[in-house]
Design a protein. Structure first.
Lengths: 410, 131
């Protein structure tokens, strides 16, 4: 799973032996197993059962979608109610930035934190995309100040343009993969927390279903830019290709694969009395339903309005908060006071919020400002390009940082 | 010593809260201004902002020309409303018509672009809808 952060490795070592008895699986009590058990979080939920079910497992988008559906006139069944609709729109849009956009900075901030920097594994290959972003930023600043240098770097512009266009073109599909991979990783986290061990082959099965869902989404609701024209596009040797025509076969395949996993899990539960945790089941079912029902169910646009916000972003916040709490050096025997809890929350949230404003809103502010900022000001005032560049850079920095920063130390 | 440390933490936490509230207010204001702006829905789905006029009064709007100039000559009478009143309906009608961009249109960065540029979802990422 390429972008699934957290523990994407098998939670069960390939070489260890298993012994089964009537209580279920018993694992060889190796050194690895003891270390693994020591690293397990104390609770099965990331924050609490109620919050997890709503904002991590994905119940909130359904509830919010139903509310919006009813307030906006139930798909034309009656005239939309005006005042609540304005309030809901304002609430949604503001929450979209405060919760949605800022979640990207949790992994970026962690990338520069001592918890990650001090690790023995350096993730050099994983860091290449981040270094490319550094290069682009430096190049933008240098060339905007010293225009004459552009001739020196002109040979590299074509390569950079190809990479950037590819990143831009594939963005919706990458986003779909990011959402699904995170959901899959969280399912594995829930299983790990509940001591529901997933073998390597079971993980491959989970990955295969996830990729099928990604492919279905990429052909239906997250089609790469430029491929969604109704006339289709021409490909060598194949002729005209209509990407939406792949939706139905892929959806059927995904549904069958999901059903196969469900049957396998039930079979394993019946045979070994070993059932997956509620959080994992809810999340997996929700993820499959959200993607497969997005096209055939007419009202799904209301639900999908909240999926990036209350399914993906809140999931990420919960994971980041849980990891932050687990790694804090606080003595767990000492009860937390209200003040210390507020301090903890502020220390966790404030850097992300400040970065969101500085990186994503300063360009908007400068673009609208009548003040001149020299050559930099020219770039800021050049249409939407800079805010697009920053948003894109932030998303991809978050995407690539996610692949390394949440992995367990051991 | 413990008391001093506790007080220091309290002061720090209040400072951090202020540091959180100020940008959050700014963010809210940045979103709220275009959403509370007055204007009228334009044939074709866009929203044209009018700086003068009373809420509810009728204005004549002409569709913004699209690539194929399909709506170039279309004009109609429209009632002045708050952008937030029509934003959700506009978003829903756009994604219903173009389901292939559903995920991108609901992505927070795209929502920011749609609100700040007052343009519809699902279009060219560089010109409308933003990221």
């Amino acid at each position: 799973m390429s972008s699934s952060f957290l523990s994407t490795r098998s939670t069960f070592p390939a070489g260890s032996e298993t012994l089964s008895n009537q209580d279920g699986l018993k694992f060889d009590s190796s050194r690895w197993e003891r270390k693994r058990t020591e690293n397990l979080p104390a609770t099965r939920w990331f924050i609490s059962r109620e919050i997890d079910v709503l904002f991590v497992c994905g119940l909130a988008p359904w509830l919010a979608g139903i509310v919006f559906f009813l307030v906006t006139g139930a798909g034309g069944a009656y005239p939309p109610t005006k005042l609540p609709q304005q309030g809901l729109t304002l609430f949604f849009v503001v929450a979209s930035l405060i919760i949605g956009e800022s979640h990207q900075f949790t992994s970026i901030v962690r990338y520069y934190s001592s918890e990650f920097r001090n690790r023995s594994k350096k993730y050099r290959l994983h860091r290449v995309p981040i270094w490319f972003l550094y290069l682009l930023t430096v190049e933008l600043l240098v060339l905007s100040t010293f225009n004459n240098l552009a001739d020196w770097f002109s040979w590299s512009f074509l390569v950079q343009a190809i990479i950037l266009n590819a990143l831009m073109f594939a963005f919706p599909a990458v986003l779909m993969q990011h959402v699904c991979a995170q959901a899959s990783a969280v399912v594995q986290q829930y299983c790990r927390r509940a001591h529901y061990n997933i073998s390597k082959s079971e993980k491959y099965l989970l990955d295969a279903v996830t990729w099928l869902l990604v492919a279905t989404g990429a052909c239906s609701i997250a089609v790469p830019f430029g491929l969604d024209d109704s006339g289709g596009f021409s490909a060598p040797f194949v002729g005209t290709v209509h990407i939406s025509s792949y939706t139905l076969p892929l959806a059927v395949l995904s549904a069958l694969a999901s059903l196969m996993v469900a049957v396998y899990v039930v079979n394993r539960g019946l045979e070994k009395n070993n059932w997956p945790p509620l959080g994992a089941v809810l999340l997996a079912v929700n993820c499959v339903a959200l993607i497969l029902l997005a096209v055939p169910l007419p009202g799904m646009a209301y639900v999908w309005l909240f999926v990036p916000l209350f399914f993906h972003a809140t999931q990420h916040w919960a994971l980041a908060w849980s990891t932050c709490q687990r790694e804090s050096k606080r003595d767990s025997a000492v009860p937390m006071t209200m003040v210390s809890r507020i301090v903890d929350i502020c220390k966790f949230i404030a850097p992300m919020m400040v970065l969101t404003v500085v990186v994503l809103f300063i360009p908007q502010f400068l673009k609208r400002s009548p003040m001149s900022f020299g050559n930099i000001g020219v770039i800021f005032s050049s249409g939407e390009s800079l805010s697009v560049f920053f948003s894109m850079a932030v998303f991809y920095a978050h995407y690539f940082a996610d692949r390394m920063v949440w992995r367990p130390k051991n | 010593m413990t008391k001093i440390r506790d007080r220091l933490w309290t002061v720090t936490s209040i400072g951090l809260l202020v540091a959180l509230v100020v940008p959050a207010t700014w963010i809210a204001a940045a979103y709220a201004v275009p959403l509370t702006a007055m204007g009228a829905p334009v044939p074709g789905g866009a929203f044209q902002i009018f700086t003068t006029g009373k809420l509810g009064s009728v204005v004549k709007v002409t569709a913004i020309p699209k690539r194929n100039n399909r709506f170039q000559t279309v004009s109609s009478d429209s009632r002045l409303v708050k952008n937030s009143e029509t934003w959700m309906n506009r978003w829903l009608s756009t994604v219903q018509a173009k389901r292939t961009a559903l995920l991108w249109s609901s992505y927070p960065a795209s929502i920011r672009g749609q609100v700040l540029s007052s343009q519809e979802a699902g279009g060219d990422p560089m010109s409308s809808g933003g990221w």
